[in-house]
Design a protein around this ligand. Structure first.
Ligand SMILES: NC(=O)c1ccc[n+]([C@@H]2O[C@H](COP(=O)([O-])OP(=O)(O)OC[C@H]3O[C@@H](n4cnc5c(N)ncnc54)[C@H](O)[C@@H]3O)[C@@H](O)[C@H]2O)c1
Length: 228
């Protein structure tokens, strides 16, 4: 797998899932097909359009929030310079601070993603920290016409807000997550959140999907070749 975008480099590339959209839903069809080798080279990011680069960063923030506090601090330290310098590849000295931080950030993102994903390669259980932000977004991403990263950002912000309301995280922690997402120009709101039917059907679908994966694996005792 030779990944040329951020999403591919740190998420979809090393991911064991291959998916495509169908009937208006995200990633409706797919198969588990882990890569034999996945190469992430930040010098590809030099030619990525800003918007494509920006939306990929959310998958890094996702891993920072759920898995890696040092990665979170590195993202805070780098800030939007990560975008303008194209991960330290544009008009930067090799030893510049942003170049070194970019390498640390990509390394941290990959390390935490692989640790989360490869302990549960075929999704035999739903304790999947890297799915943070992907609970409701598959149900509204296409309808809202959002880029994947913005839909996930909205899902992450909403998830952080609910977690704070439930007392799982403090208000300061919630604000820190929202501020980091915002600092990279990623969305935290879309009016689609006001559409009750869409949100509720996302909720029902994700529950059904989790239950179905369990049913496919456990009672039959074998792995099924379906990503739902
Ligand atoms: N299988 C999985 O587990 C998984 C995980 C996360 C995301 N995804 C999916 O991945 C998709 C997003 O991926 P993406 O952001 O990589 O989109 P993409 O591959 O469509 O690339 C975005 C655009 O950038 C261009 N591009 C790519 N690399 C470039 C480069 N180095 N220089 C210049 N242009 C370049 C592409 O031609 C395209 O126009 C979403 O549909 C998302 O749902 C899948």
């Amino acid at each position: 797998m030779l990944s040329t975008s951020i999403v591919a480099g740190i998420d979809a590339g090393p991911s064991p899932r291959t998916c495509c959209d169908g009937f208006g839903y995200k990633n409706l069809f797919g198969a588990y097909h882990p890569p034999v080798l996945s190469i992430t080279d930040r010098f590809f990011f030099k030619t990525l359009r800003e918007g494509w680069l920006r939306h990929g960063i959310i998958e890094i923030i996702k891993m920072a929030v759920v898995k890696d506090a040092e990665l979170f601090r590195n993202l805070e330290a780098a800030g939007p310079a990560l975008i303008s310098s194209r991960f330290g590849t544009l008009d930067c000295e090799p030893e510049s601070e942003i170049s070194l931080l970019s390498q640390k950030i990509l390394g941290g993102a990959l390390r935490s993603y692989v640790a989360a994903e490869y302990g549960n390669l075929y999704e035999t259980h739903q304790c999947r920290p890297h799915a943070y932000g992907h609970t409701w977004s598959p149900g509204f991403e296409i309808e809202a016409g959002l880029l994947h990263g913005h839909a996930v950002a909205i899902g992450m912000g909403f998830g952080a807000f609910l977690s704070q309301r439930l007392g799982w995280i403090t208000e300061a922690e919630c604000q820190r997550i929202l501020a980091l997402i915002s600092s990279f120009g990623l969305s935290l709101w879309h009016d689609i959140l006001l559409k009750k039917e869409t949100l509720w059907s996302s909720q029902v679908k994700i529950f059904r999907s989790a239950a179905r994966i369990w049913w496919l694996r456990c009672p039959r005792g074998r792995l099924a070749n379906v990503a739902i």
